[in-house]
Design a protein around this ligand. Structure first.
Ligand code: AQP
Length: 327
């Protein structure tokens, strides 16, 4: 039996280099040796203000981008979260056994909410229990995510263990899988803030569908510092972030990178990095254009994904409902 992998991205904006390096590339790394399930988590994207048309469009764009990046539907089950209603059913059941204190400790909620606590939707607070349901519904072993989601996967483990302790061994306890390089790509306009789909800065991120011209402009404007020399020093966060992206995309180690850029300046690094990024995303964009020219094919992939997931969804929910006394 192959170990089962589950992960997803919310269609809350344009997928960027952080999502690609921190998540998608790690999904691709083990496709052959794992039982793969990847989802576009559209119900997570409604926990903040949103536009329904943009959500519809963003969801399809994300599915097409998954495939364009190399997620072959023959090797994984691809689907959209809202197409399987059991995600929200299981989320409610898990919400009832999740202490408020566990959710209150989630740093992402604290960072996102700030002083707006009284006004944000309850869904933003309960979001990690929906994420736990996404993962536990499929009896997942591994959850490849970027560093920002590690705490939510750890919470998922706690919820699964609590469920099993209360109601019997029903749920598989999953493990987070965090990449060695690029687990937290930072904003190009602010290397102290995580690169994020929902950030508004014009030169904040490189989206996977950005034109070569836009990629060059964004990277050339990336915030660095006034020091000299290209060295992999985390104390120089702007430079370190650029070098992390370079390292993730070229596969070179720190020593090789420092030798390569010896005697060169930030301008040289930025120019070269822009070309490395463009070379990575151009084939993805070409494949994306082909895929989106045939919307019926995307619908078919999504319908097949749901159909192939039905047996595992039914088996988990049957066991959960019985264990909790609903059957
Ligand atoms: N900057 C990042 N560096 C590395 N990995 C990242 N991920 C997100 N940002 C970075 C990883 O991408 C996956 C999808 O994340 P998500 O859509 O579920 O939500 P998120 O983590 O909140 O991502 P964003 O891009 O910051 O979206 P918004 O702005 O909508 O919140 C996850 O595996 C995540 O770790």
């Amino acid at each position: 039996m192959k170990r089962r992998v589950f992960s997803g991205i919310q269609p809350s904006g344009h997928l960027h280099l952080g999502n690609y390096i921190g998540a998608i590339r790690n999904w691709l790394a083990n496709l052959d040796s794992r039982d793969n399930i990847f989802c576009v988590v559209d119900q997570h994207a409604i926990t903040v203000d949103y536009d329904p048309d943009a959500l519809r469009e963003g969801t399809r764009q994300a599915v097409a981008l998954y495939m364009a990046c190399g997620l072959d539907p023959a090797q994984c089950r691809l689907f959209v979260q809202s197409h399987i209603p059991e995600h929200t059913e299981l989320a409610w059941l898990l919400t009832c056994i999740t202490p408020m204190g566990w959710l209150e400790r989630m740093t992402q909620f604290k960072e996102r909410v700030g002083p707006r606590r009284e006004r944000v939707g309850t869904g933003l607070f309960a979001y990690p229990t929906l994420m736990a349901a996404d993962i536990l519904l499929y009896q997942t072993h591994e959850v490849p995510v970027g560093d920002d989601q590690k705490q939510h996967v750890e919470l998922t483990r706690d919820i699964a263990e609590r469920f099993n302790h209360k109601f019997g061994e029903v749920l598989t306890v999953p493990e987070p899988v965090i990449p060695q390089v690029g687990a937290r790509i930072m904003g190009l306009d602010d290397p102290m803030a995580k690169m994020s789909k929902s950030a508004t800065g014009h030169h904040h991120s490189v989206a996977l569908l950005d034109s070569p011209d836009k990629v060059r402009k964004t990277i050339m404007r990336a915030v660095t510092d006034s020091q000299q020399g290209i060295v992999c020093d985390p104390q120089r966060p702007g430079l370190y972030n650029l070098l992390t992206i370079y390292q993730a995309l070229t596969g070179l180690g720190h020593a090789e990178i420092e030798t390569h850029f010896a005697g060169k300046g930030y301008g040289d690094l930025k120019k070269e990095l822009a070309e490395v990024v463009i070379a990575e995303i151009e084939p993805i964009q070409a494949r994306y254009r082909e895929l989106t020219a045939d919307p019926a094919y995307i619908d078919e992939v999504l319908a097949t994904g749901v159909e192939r997931l039905r047996p595992v969804v039914d088996a988990t929910m049957d066991a959960v409902r019985r264990a909790m006394g609903h059957r």
